[in-house]
Design a protein around this ligand. Sequence first.
Ligand SMILES: Cc1cc2nc3c(=O)[nH]c(=O)nc-3n(C[C@H](O)[C@H](O)[C@H](O)COP(=O)(O)OP(=O)(O)OC[C@H]3O[C@@H](n4cnc5c(N)ncnc54)[C@H](O)[C@@H]3O)c2cc1C
Length: 382
Amino acid sequence: MIQFHPSRSKALEQLQSFVENHLGLYARDRNFDFGPEKRTNTSCLSPYVTHGILSENEIIKQSLKQYSFSKIEKFIQEVLWRTYWKGWLERRPSVWTDFINDLKYLKVDYESDKNLKAAVNGNTDIECFNDWVHELKDTGYLHNHTRMWFSSIWIFTLELPWQLGAEFFMRYLKDGDPASNTLSWRWTAGVQTKGKNYVAQKWNIKKFTNGRYEKVKLNENAVPIVSDKDYVQIDPELVNADYHDQKTLVIFDNQLSFETSDFNDTKFKKILIMKNNNLTRSIELDENLMNFKNDLLVDQENRLKDHYDVEVKDISFLNNLDTTDMVALYPGVGENLDFLNQNQIQIPYLFRSLDQMTNKYCNKGFFNFKNFIPKIISQIDA
Ligand SMILES: Cc1cc2nc3c(=O)[nH]c(=O)nc-3n(C[C@H](O)[C@H](O)[C@H](O)COP(=O)(O)OP(=O)(O)OC[C@H]3O[C@@H](n4cnc5c(N)ncnc54)[C@H](O)[C@@H]3O)c2cc1C
């Protein structure tokens, strides 16, 4: 059974092993879910990328050391999907706010819904779905194709709201990411690309689970969910604040590798690593996931403590501080930024150069973004 070790050293080992042994066959095999015991046909790096333990740049650079761009184009596209989703959400932050707000009334409406109860307990009439619920809870991970089938069954066969499914994923996924998760669920439902939904098919599940699931009864003729919401796009200014070694740097749980960041040559006076627990989140996380996150925070602290005055603190600690001499690695749309905004905590931000460079390409669909990938790669390499 797959296990994610909460440390950068293990993440680097996994990256190296995937690139050396499995990346060559990624394009051919990546869509197969061979089961939780056989997870080598994709990288399983997402929990590390979500927490900033590994960056997209690092993964791409390491991969290009071994293969030409054309040989691993598919993998690079997938790595940059998340960068694209992230940029897309930064340009339409109310998609996230609406999702969080919708949860409030949906939870009340569905409080005693039988389908919801059966779904979250892995107790439906659909064997594969039940197995995936248990796998998600046990491992904190599901294969990408399975996430597509899962979300489709949730929305179109069990007839549950996509928002509750997205919340369920966030509660357990070790790679739970506001942009990749929310936008993927919207995509399955047919509200991300309006009028185009993803409908899981029995033959497709059978083929790509290598025949593990044959008799799946699904609604295969579902029509897209209709939403009349249109989101106005903003053009965010990702300009770095002033920073120098007299400042305190604040880091959140999505950028936990300061030593490889764009700002690692500044000897900050102090580094504060922020822990965001369930009291300060809208979506309550599972205990295993919370422990995984906390171990990653401590791993970052341990890697920095010989060189910096560094401390892990509860995010609510920021409420009592004078933030004048602080800068923060920008946390991105999500729970950490929500906490800062709701508590009117103003800390000037430092942005990743990858996000600064790519955000403007996130204004349209991924097919448009893809055209800029060679340009993005050339700047990563520079
Ligand atoms: C409904 C649904 C919810 C999802 N929720 C999340 C989520 O919360 N967090 C998350 O990181 N991914 C999410 N994904 C995307 C994708 O399923 C995972 O990133 C992928 O399965 C991670 O496994 P891997 O590291 O082996 O991926 P690989 O196939 O090895 O890909 C390498 C890296 O590329 C990125 N990537 C790959 N596919 C995608 C994708 N479709 N979208 C965005 N990034 C991608 C990930 O960072 C991944 O680690 C979701 C997809 C769906 C359909």
